[in-house]
Write a protein that binds this ligand. Structure first.
Ligand SMILES: NC(=O)c1ccc[n+]([C@@H]2O[C@H](COP(=O)([O-])OP(=O)(O)OC[C@H]3O[C@@H](n4cnc5c(N)ncnc54)[C@H](O)[C@@H]3O)[C@@H](O)[C@H]2O)c1
Length: 336
């Protein structure tokens, strides 16, 4: 890294959506680095919030149950923060098509609320936004870089793009630092495995562990850039400490294009059992599916010194080990 992550020691950080998959992994690392962490999460279903995600650091982080749609509750929290990781989102692509208003309320209005709160209460803060490859749509060239046109194939992609633009605009106009990391398919420990709306690799791990056949839509030859959450967390932290990232957008992946079927094979190998079957694409999924996707992370590497480090075989193996130890915490229905 160009700037060491030890810079985060003692820093005050707010994580919206911090009880979810990526946010909680960021929280774990921030606490290890000596940062002071507040989590703001609405605990909405069917999203990936889970108290088990922060079990190891429960006494060391402040958790506030609140919704990014609730400006009055969110606004005061922004005061005195030094870094905000904005992870809270409606994350289901198909949900965004069946309930576009919900997606717009959470992803657009929620992000605008955060922008307005920063404008009013704390322009010294730096915000790192969780963008998505979904903002790109079907690539017209590979590997996808930051200059690639944005042609989302679903409401989620459109709203994630709009939210990114709100944040960068507010940062520019009102003088605070903002960065967007457009994430590829993230997998790893602490991802929900209750359903298959998103986080498909983790869902397949569950299927294999329970010896249920994995369903592969179509020929399974579509490609993705799967990235382990540890690499994603380091990207967020690198973006936070490196001033060179300010005001920028970055594609975050591994640069390795993997066929869907090869990912399934890795899962079966790591779990040591299981099988898969081909089924026709459900029409609602096929209409928004992307055929091929892989990114180049040259810009992020150049500006921050960050590098993806976990290869798919090792990452899947490590993820399987995590769920072997903590299977129950990720399957039991949650009540609050
Ligand atoms: N996981 C991926 O592969 C991936 C890929 C691209 C982008 N992203 C982005 O990364 C971010 C985190 O995703 P994740 O995979 O950790 O999902 P997740 O479902 O595990 O976590 C999302 C968290 O946000 C919370 N949340 C949802 N709506 C909220 C609201 N209105 N107010 C406050 N909290 C709310 C949920 O309760 C949950 O804890 C999202 O912004 C998502 O769009 C994820």
């Amino acid at each position: 890294m160009k700037v060491p992550l030890t810079e985060l020691k003692g820093k005050k950080a707010l994580i919206t959506g911090g009880l979810g998959f990526i946010g909680s992994n960021i929280a774990q690392q921030l606490v290890a680095l000596g940062a002071r962490v507040t989590i703001y999460d609405a605990c909405l279903d069917p999203y990936g919030w889970n108290d088990a995600n922060i079990a190891e650091i429960a006494g060391e982080v402040e958790v506030i149950r609140g919704d990014v749609r609730d400006y009055e509750k969110l606004a005061p929290l922004v005061k005195q923060q030094e870094i905000i990781f904005h992870m809270a989102a409606q994350v289901g692509r198909e949900i965004s098509m069946s309930d576009p208003q919900l997606d717009t309320d959470i992803n657009c209005t929620g992000t605008l609320n955060l922008c307005r709160a920063i404008e009013k209460n704390n322009r010294d803060v730096k915000v790192i936004y969780a963008g998505s490859r979904g903002q790109i749509g079907e690539p017209i060239y590979l590997p996808v870089d930051e200059d690639h046109p944005t042609l989302p194939t679903d409401i989620y992609g459109i709203n994630k793009l709009a939210a990114e633009k709100y944040l960068l605009l507010y940062g520019k106009v009102y003088g605070f630092d903002a960065v967007s990391l457009r994430l590829n398919n993230v997998y790893g420990p602490r991802c929900q495995m209750r359903h298959c709306f998103y986080g498909i690799l983790n869902w397949f791990i569950r299927n294999a562990m329970e010896n249920k056949p994995i369903t592969v839509y179509g020929d399974g030859l579509q490609t993705r850039d799967y990235i382990h959450v540890d690499d994603v967390v380091r990207a967020f932290l690198a973006a936070a400490v490196n001033p060179a990232a300010n005001g920028n957008i970055y594609m975050i992946g591994t640069g390795v294009e993997t066929k869907f079927l090869d990912m399934v094979e890795q899962v079966l190998k790591a779990v040591g059992q299981g099988s898969y079957i081909h089924v026709p694409f459900p029409p609602e999924r096929e209409s928004i599916d992307i055929r091929k996707f892989v990114v180049t992370c040259r810009r992020m590497i150049k500006d921050t010194g960050w590098q993806p480090q976990v290869d798919l075989a090792d990452g899947v193996e490590q993820t399987v080990q995590f769920y072997r130890r903590r299977h129950k915490e990720y399957l039991t229905p949650i009540a609050r």
